[in-house]
Write a protein that binds this ligand. Structure first.
Ligand code: DSN
Length: 421
């Protein structure tokens, strides 16, 4: 193949991907779409540039405009989350976690975090970023439903093991964490509370989930592209202001885990943050209502949706046990072949070493379809199509496409025209 032919191949693959994703119902809980304005702002000369350090104190010249953008984005993130400190220079949520772990777990010690089957993120695990710093990671206790934390048992575990760090927040994240209930126990042993808000950041910003910093978390890390409207980046925000507290985190971000910070995505994050201020409350409310509606509709069709007695969820996600249909791997592949995209997921109680590649569960998120304007009626239709595919073995590709085609426009955000009008 000539270089030109390969070039056409690249363009063709990208076009086919875009068409495919526009014709399918995306229920991956960690994804979302950018508004046309936020997407347009990705394509600037900042693609080519470098900026290390802080605005006004860089190690390069040529940064006066990115300084302006970074300063304003930083101010807005502080305001949205009621934070005393923030860092917006992280290229991802995992790098935000890496920075915090390296600052706070220097020299090792014990950390408490959710296990992978309890919904914990890979960066909170022994094989991930936290495992590189902690001597020991103990699992946070959960209530009998498997999804909510057991605050009383957690307080006892904190008193017994005296962790340096307690990591709340998860990738399978259905219900709020008991931040306020464990604050005093953490104070008694000098433990820091980190809340990883990646999945629920937009719901927090919209005022519809919980407010981790106000409830007592010392820090929140997050990626900015799941329920938040941003491009793929990360942030750290802090309740405390003191220089002694913040300096190690600041240094862990740069030069600890970053040098340049992928400047081209920062204007888009600023725009997305403005969208969150403008549309975030309505979006968060619609998203949670849709998740509950989809949970109910699938439950009504006989699917084993988690936590029926608790209203299925308080977030954008639901979890379903599909072991009776062959397990998460087979079911998610079958759905994907039929125009419904979601991911297999371990459920509480499963052994990750045995089941990671074919867990019992599916994790489903409605945040992207909500952004395209779907509501509870469409959640009912998704449940119908889902059931026809998984239970009855029907090919539902055309049904999924027809439903998706009816919602072509990204809502809760700004248009390209808004950039100049
Ligand atoms: N692993 C991603 C998720 O899907 O939750 C987050 O990094």
């Amino acid at each position: 193949m000539t270089a030109k032919e390969s070039l056409h191949q690249i363009a063709g693959i990208c076009r086919r991907h875009e068409t495919w994703r526009q014709e399918t119902i995306n229920l991956i809980a960690s994804e979302n779409v950018l508004s046309p304005a936020a997407r347009r702002l990705l394509d600037t000369d900042f693609h080519h540039r470098y900026a290390e350090g802080h605005p006004g104190a860089r190690y390069y010249e040529g940064t006066k405009f990115i300084d302006e953008i970074e300063t304003e984005t930083h101010k807005l993130i502080l305001k949205i989350f009621g934070a005393a400190r923030a860092d917006v220079r992280l290229p991802s949520g995992t790098m935000a976690n890496e920075a915090v772990f390296s600052a706070l777990m220097k020299g090792g010690g014990v950390a408490l975090a959710h296990g992978i089957a309890g919904g914990g993120h890979i960066s909170h695990a022994r094989i991930g970023a936290l495992g590189k710093r902690a001597d020991k990671i103990l699992e946070l206790p959960r209530l009998a439903d498997g999804f909510r934390m057991d605050a009383a048992a957690t307080r006892a575990k904190i008193a017994e093991h005296k962790p340096r760090l307690v990591v709340l927040g998860r990738s399978l994240f259905l219900f709020p964490e008991p931040v306020a209930e464990i604050r005093e126990a953490c104070d008694e042993v000098g433990a820091t509370i980190l809340f990883d808000g990646s999945h629920v950041l937009g719901l927090i910003a919209g005022g519809m989930f919980q407010s981790p910093l106000a409830e007592g978390a010392d820090l929140m890390t997050a990626s900015t592209h799941k329920t938040f409207f941003g491009p793929q980046r990360g942030i750290i925000v802090s309740r405390e202001k003191g220089d002694d507290w913040w300096k190690p985190i600041d240094r862990a971000v740069f030069p600890g885990v970053t040098s340049n910070h992928h400047l081209f995505t920062l204007p888009s994050l600023w725009a997305a943050s403005l969208e969150v201020v403008e549309f975030g409350a309505a979006y968060a409310q619609a998203t949670i209502a849709n998740a509950k509606a989809l949970g109910q509709a699938l439950h009504d069709r006989g699917f084993a949706v988690a936590a029926p007695d608790l209203g299925f969820t308080e977030s954008h996600q639901i979890a379903i046990d599909v072991k009776d249909f062959g397990g998460g791997r087979d079911v998610s592949r079958k759905l994907s072949d039929n125009g419904i995209i979601c991911n297999m997921n371990l459920l509480p109680g499963e052994d990750p070493r045995k089941n990671a590649r074919n867990p019992q569960g599916l994790r489903i998120g409605v945040q992207e379809m909500t952004r395209f304007g779907m509501g509870p009626d469409e959640m009912g239709r998704i449940a119908e199509i889902f059931g026809a595919c998984v239970k009855d073995g029907q090919n539902v590709t055309a049904d999924a496409k027809a439903l998706r085609d009816a919602f072509p426009t990204i809502g809760y955000g700004f248009s390209e025209a808004d950039l100049s009008s």
